[in-house]
Design a binder for this molecule. Sequence first.
Ligand SMILES: Cc1cc2nc3c(=O)[nH]c(=O)nc-3n(C[C@H](O)[C@H](O)[C@H](O)COP(=O)(O)OP(=O)(O)OC[C@H]3O[C@@H](n4cnc5c(N)ncnc54)[C@H](O)[C@@H]3O)c2cc1C
Ligand code: FES
Length: 505
Amino acid sequence: MTEEKKLSGPDFARGVSVTEFRDGGMLLGHAKGEPILVARYGNTFFAIGASCTHYGAPLVEGLLVDDTVRCPWHHACFSLRTGEALRAPALDSVSSWKVETSGGKLFVLEKHPEKKAPAKSARTPENIVIVGGGAASNAAAEMLRREGFSGGVTVISADEAVPYDRPNLSKDFLAGGAKEEWIPLRSLDFYREREIDLLLNTQVAAIDPAQKKVILADGDGRKFDALLLATGAEPVRLKVPGADLPHVCYLRSLSDCRAIIGKAAGAKRVVLVGASFIAMEAAASLIQRKLQVHVVAPEAVPMEKTLGSQVGEYLRALHVRNGVVFHLQQSVASVDQRKVTLKDGQSIEADLVVVGIGVKPLTDLAERAGIKTDNGVSVNEYLETSVPQIFASGDIARWPDPLTGDNIRVEHWVVAERQGQAAARNMLGRRQRFDTVPFFWTTQYDFTLNYVGHAEKWDKLEMEGSLEAHNCQLSFKRGGKTLAVATVGRDRESLEHELTMERAV
Ligand SMILES: Cc1cc2nc3c(=O)[nH]c(=O)nc-3n(C[C@H](O)[C@H](O)[C@H](O)COP(=O)(O)OP(=O)(O)OC[C@H]3O[C@@H](n4cnc5c(N)ncnc54)[C@H](O)[C@@H]3O)c2cc1C
Ligand code: FES
């Protein structure tokens, strides 16, 4: 997304009194036509670009943690000293500026030159192969080069498209509000320039850990010294008569999304099967395409299992206000060209059906290679599997959560990217523990919820504030311990809870 250069606040080039800044304070202003954030850490002042490089959030609304600033929207983190994007989902640095204080005033001078590529490290391991072309894979490949790795990096992806912004596929892109050129994370040139060998449309058929080789579907092989498995997840299929008809769609890949958009253009009524995050986000987006939207799902309250009944009820009502018709505590018996028939005999006209009944991790390659799995690929705190030099990240990885001691697997974009980055460093022998607090967000209409931590089960759910006012916090507790916090309209609080959980481990 492009950074809009709207200017507000003081002109730092002309100087601002240092008394404007308390320790740990931030101020938005500008210099030389660019929006700039000035922050004070102790007696040191820093100036960096003011907008997050992920979706352009105002960093001044974020949280200062030592000499870093965290983004209010999806929790990326930037160094105040260099502007470097220290944590995904931001992948690019913000600019960093020289500052000077004189006569009680602070002045922002010129931009620091862009950080040079790090000195190339030894070629050990010599060849790294990454299986998958999504969030974790892309973040890992980039990080290998950012860390100065000069050996071979091969990314093998079954997808036909370069790695892209998957969360957008159920949101703005599906709704028609995001241009297709915003969707790729990087251009083909980006990979070429970094000598990342990106093989698209290429399926890995097997892994031979003894020979340290992956075997492609066409029989070709690729040797590796270290391997990252990042195959993600695939949608659970609907198994009823008619489920294989061409107007029954799933939403995982860009091509899936393009197919839905194409079919939606000629459709009047869509039935969404399932009330998962993806199905509910898709409902909100397809309403914006002026389709009549019906949701069929077995639960009584959408998303209750993850977010509790209050949020679930609120979201159901929000969708109803926007025109969605729910058929809850129902399931699909069959589909034909013109309608969906429910188990109770009721039928709903439909010329498009989108199924969102969950996903399952693609662990088949790992299982056949003798790598330990447990509804996911089991990894240790360094994201290494049971086979040395084979790592796993993203939706497939089940890792030890330091907060609870449980082995957990989540399906979150930011976690997948951060795991890819951590695995990349660990393939280079850095021994970086993965102890990031999980984070995800969902957006439906003008409602955005941020969630930090992980609570599969809880014995107490405390809510404070108002969902209607988009200003509230929900704490998911077990045995008196806060496992997760969801917030609406309270971005700084979400960052503060993330920090508290980080510091608790
Ligand atoms: C529509 C949609 C909306 C979402 N919205 C959000 C959101 O708002 N917030 C959030 O936190 N999360 C969201 N998610 C979840 C998030 O996108 C995933 O958690 C994340 O993409 C997982 O990253 P990954 O790298 O593990 O897998 P993926 O991004 O799925 O990438 C896996 C890759 O592996 C490839 N692959 C699989 N098998 C093979 C093989 N045998 N050989 C070669 N390549 C293979 C696939 O083609 C794909 O390129 C959303 C997901 C979807 C589908
Ligand atoms: S806009 Fe900053 S992390 Fe998304």
